[in-house]
Design a protein around this ligand. Structure first.
Ligand code: 5AD
Length: 362
């Protein structure tokens, strides 16, 4: 069985040439339509803090990047952005920030969640308010529980790569792959809709690694996938040693990223898949192409303009001179250019999650 799945995934991920690529696109489109529908869901991302305790070799906001001034948006600013999203028909918002574990920070996030939930429920004729998504890295199970109780019901934590050896190459020695997996398990036990993902185009990453990434999502019953190409950030250790080679492989990495979306859609079927910003950093039509390969979620950035240039995880990040409204208009146009429609005023929970719930013994 594993061998069949391996071969099947390998053929999708390594597809090339017009005929093969249009073949996987068509198949992926059919499955998207059948299992999750043709609509595209917006998640407004508020990058509310760029302070990070971690030192990932690839990431522009890593702790050791001293060229960066750190910020934490105020509660009022964050709530205002979230309510802007609500007023504009977004079903959900993502509170994304660097990883910080101290009590003050956790308390701040918990407080924010309750406030946004309360305000949006009050304004919503259906009484549901915004679906709240959190993404602040590895935390204690107890902390995740607090987020859940405060009203969050989705959490995003990428595994980055499912290969422990490659994982240790791109992270400092004190980082543990197992611990990250444990966090994903804890989130699932609590009842979160769990999002994960990987970077594509990492040094020495093989097609087999990418096949195993998709199998990892399957084994772990991941509900939402957010993957994208690795993109160099010049002020990081990985960017410095791998930048030249990466540059010569850019086209290949971009296509692999699209093929990975198709592989996830075709193999996992009912998960939500985001067409990520990093795709657009490599190709102006990157996010539209992501939708054409099977993604059904877009995450417009709704961080206020004054903070955007300080949340650069990689070089060439798009949309840093735009505000939330411009991003919304632009992304709606991009979605429509693929023949799809944005679903407004809907949470857009992953179909996979309801199936998984129905399967779990009570
Ligand atoms: N290129 C692409 N993605 C990156 N991320 C961080 N740095 C980079 C980079 N240089 C991704 C990681 C992380 C997410 C928040 O952003 O996958 O989990």
């Amino acid at each position: 069985m594993k061998k069949d799945a391996d071969n099947f995934l390998r053929s999708i991920i390594s597809a090339c040439g017009d005929a093969e690529l249009s073949g996987i696109r068509a198949k992926s489109e059919r499955i998207t339509s059948e299992f999750v529908g043709d609509k595209v869901y917006f998640r407004g991302v508020i990058e509310f803090s760029n302070t990070c305790e971690k030192d990932c070799f690839y990431c522009g906001i890593r702790k050791s990047n001293h060229r960066l001034s750190r910020y934490l948006m105020s509660k009022e600013e964050i709530v205002r952005q979230a309510m802007w999203a609500f007023d504009n028909g977004y079903g959900s918002v993502v509170l994304q920030g660097g990883e910080v574990k101290d009590r003050d920070f956790i308390g701040f996030v918990v407080n924010l969640l309750s406030e946004i939930k309360k305000k949006s429920v009050k304004k919503d004729p259906k009484g549901k308010g915004l679906a709240l998504v959190v993404s602040v890295g590895e935390q204690k199970k107890k902390t995740y529980e607090e987020f859940f109780q405060a009203g969050a019901h989705r959490y995003l934590l990428r595994i980055e790569t499912s290969d422990p050896k490659l994982y240790s190459k791109i992270h400092p020695r004190n980082r543990s792959f197992r611990k990250r997996v444990k966090c994903l398990e804890a989130l699932k036990e609590i009842g979160f809709q769990v999002g994960s993902g990987v970077m594509i185009g990492l040094p020495s990453q093989t097609i087999e690694d990418l096949v195993n990434d998709v199998l990892f999502f399957k084994e772990r019953d991941i509900d939402m996938i957010g993957m994208g190409p690795y993109v160099v950030h010049k002020d990081t250790p990985l960017g410095k040693i791998y930048g030249g080679e990466w540059n010569s492989k850019k086209n290949e990495i971009f296509q692999l990223s699209l093929n990975m979306i198709a592989a996830c859609r075709i193999f996992l079927k009912d998960v939500n898949i985001a067409s990520t910003t990093a795709l657009q950093a490599m190709n102006p039509a990157g996010r539209e192409l992501g939708l054409m390969y099977g993604a059904n979620v877009i995450m417009p950035i709704i961080t206020p303009k004054e903070y955007r240039s300080r949340y650069l995880l990689y070089d060439n990040k798009p949309c840093i001179d735009e505000d939330a409204l411009q991003c919304m208009t632009c992304l709606t146009r991009r979605v429509n250019s693929t023949g799809k429609e944005v679903a407004l005023y809907e949470w857009g929970d992953p179909v996979h999650f309801s199936r998984r719930q129905a399967k779990t013994p009570k």
